[in-house]
Design a binder for this molecule. Structure first.
Ligand SMILES: [Zn+2]
Length: 179
């Protein structure tokens, strides 16, 4: 919330202090100047009370999904939770899921940094049932590899999981599109 830079000349304040009344800013000043323990404690108390009045900072998702994606993303999230519980003992972290229009040849993508799974939007809108879910399961195997310290690949372990999760055992596959 309040910290002193390493050169001890820069005072860093949480953005919430930008609109703080003078009495609070004075208290901040008192904290970083000589004074009695009682004066410093009173200053801390003033700051604490002010911070208690600030609204919580909303956690911003990295990307805001399109309104039209919501139902597709809910379906995919439900599939993620189901597969995570049934096959992975709920050990996979709940990472963000996104849809993308920009995938030409790939159906999905697992990324480590940022940690996320992206599914081609076309799979949700134009492919046969379970194509998007099956791609999600494919990417979930990569997530499992990642959280277990393996690098995501399509080796033997991948193929073993692919069989369990009813996923095509190779990196690419044919997609059935809706008639
Ligand atoms: Zn893959």
């Amino acid at each position: 919330m309040v910290s002193l830079g390493t050169n001890r000349e820069t005072l860093r304040l949480h953005l919430g202090f930008a609109a703080a009344p003078d009495v609070v800013l004075h208290a901040v000043g008192r904290l970083f100047t000589r004074g009695t323990a009682g004066e410093h404690e009173a200053a801390r108390q003033t700051i604490r009370e002010y911070l208690g009045t600030l609204p919580p900072v909303p956690v911003q998702p990295r990307r805001r999904p399109h309104q039209a994606d919501q139902s597709h993303l809910l379906n995919l999230r439900a599939e993620f939770d189901r597969v995570n519980a049934r096959y992975f003992a709920d050990e996979l972290p709940d990472i963000p899921l996104y849809l993308s229009d920009r995938m030409r040849r790939r159906n999905g993508h697992f990324s480590v940094s940022p940690l996320e799974i992206v599914i081609s939007r076309r799979l949700c809108t134009s492919a046969a049932p379970d194509e998007a879910e099956s791609t999600l399961r494919h990417e979930m195997i990569h997530l499992w590899q990642h959280v277990n310290g393996r690098s995501p690949d399509h080796g033997m372990e991948f193929r073993r999981w692919a069989q369990v999760l009813k996923v095509h055992p190779r990196a690419t596959r044919m997609v059935c599109w809706r008639a």
